[in-house]
Design a protein around this ligand. Structure first.
Ligand code: G3H
Ligand code: 13P
Ligand code: ZN
Length: 334
């Protein structure tokens, strides 16, 4: 049993309280390898932003959960080396799908876990979430739950009203499950294809897809029901056109990729939304850097040559998210 405090990590409790009161959101960036982790820590240290390092089940399968855990411990030491005296770094399990997985993460030093019971019937979601909360809280590990289903691009209903979180359920759900934060569904979805072209309009000047707005009315209803309660937004990548263009220019093919416009994420960050999940944008920045470098330098075969470019693209992306979108820069406790 390893406690997160011994690794120099923090849980989300204080971080979220400050974020809600301060009208900004904490970035939750997924990582799967060293370059992503370095970029996240460099960007956070440079901008003085608290940060959540997220590990998905897929990341655990790809990179090995033990290695990722030690990398997070290393991240704290690295942050200090970069001059960040008291790093505020959370190690979080993203989309945990069973009690056993959450328990295993708590036991190996994660400071926060998500139990995603959103696909279960309501009562089963509460029961599973409560079971995780009861275990995690013994070790002061905070728990994120999810209510409402994030629309997938495979879903063919345009309004998808039925997938949104029902505000009338959030009080009962949060009280009975005991969760510390709640991910809600207001129209975001995972990946780089968040909307089908037929759900969007086209900008007459650029011809680019303009997605439908998020359901801010649902978010505001939830805020009214749960004043001061931490809300989480998944699927919050914006799919920057510059990276899509670079990928396409250098041999990729990502037609009609579309994300959440940054103005809407800026607006959400000022609300009770205090954690914003971003994964796909980092994947795009990384891939753009690798493709571009290899296309421009066919003679390169040292992973550091293209890894460095990819890492720099991700550093720029993370800094931009922190300072220009979420507003979490310069928010470290003294
Ligand atoms: O929510 C999904 C995250 O983007 C993680 O994705 O399961 O492919 O690692 P993944
Ligand atoms: P994106 O695919 O929009 O980056 O969402 C990531 C996410 O929600 C991770 O849980
Ligand atoms: Zn997610």
């Amino acid at each position: 049993m390893v406690n997160f405090k011994d690794l120099g990590l923090v849980n989300t409790r204080e971080m979220f309280k400050k974020a809600i009161n301060g009208g900004y959101a904490i970035p939750a960036f997924n990582f799967n390898n060293m370059e992503q982790m370095q970029a996240i820590i460099i960007a956070s240290a440079n901008t003085k932003s608290p940060v959540i390092l997220q590990v998905s089940k897929g990341a655990r399968q790809y990179a090995n959960q033990t290695l990722l855990r030690y990398m997070a411990e290393g991240a704290v030491a690295y942050a200090k080396e970069l001059g960040w005296e008291h790093p505020q770094i959370v190690l979080h399990l993203d989309h945990g799908d069973s009690f056993e997985l959450c328990k295993s993460c708590v036991d190996m030093g994660f400071s926060s876990v998500m139990i995603d019971g959103s696909s279960l019937p309501y009562e089963e979601n509460i029961a599973l979430t409560k079971k995780v909360v009861d275990y995690a809280h013994k070790y002061d590990v905070t728990v994120e739950a999810e209510l409402g289903v994030l629309a997938g691009v495979e879903d063919d209903v345009v309004a998808e009203e039925s997938h949104y979180t029902k505000p009338e359920e959030v009080i009962d759900f949060s009280q009975r499950s005991g969760c510390d934060s709640l991910a809600i569904s207001i129209g975001t979805s995972h990946g780089a294809y968040k909307f089908k072209p037929e759900q969007c309009t086209r900008d007459p000047k650029t011809g680019k897809l303009v997605p439908p707005p998020l359901a801010f009315d649902v978010l505001h209803e939830v805020e009214k029901k749960l004043p001061g309660f931490p809300i989480v937004l998944h699927g919050s990548s914006s799919v920057p056109q510059e990276y899509v263009d670079l990928i396409d220019k250098y041999g990729g093919n990502l037609p009609n990729a579309v994300g959440i416009p940054e103005e809407q994420l800026r607006e959400a960050s000022k609300s009770a939304v205090c954690k914003i999940n971003i994964d796909s944008d980092s994947r795009l920045a990384y891939t753009a850097g690798v493709r571009e470098t290899l296309a421009l330098h066919p003679d390169y075969f040292d992973p550091r040559q293209y890894g460095k470019v990819a890492r720099n693209y991700m550093i720029d992306l993370y800094k931009h998210k922190i300072t220009d979108v979420l507003g979490s820069d310069n928010k470290l406790a003294k």
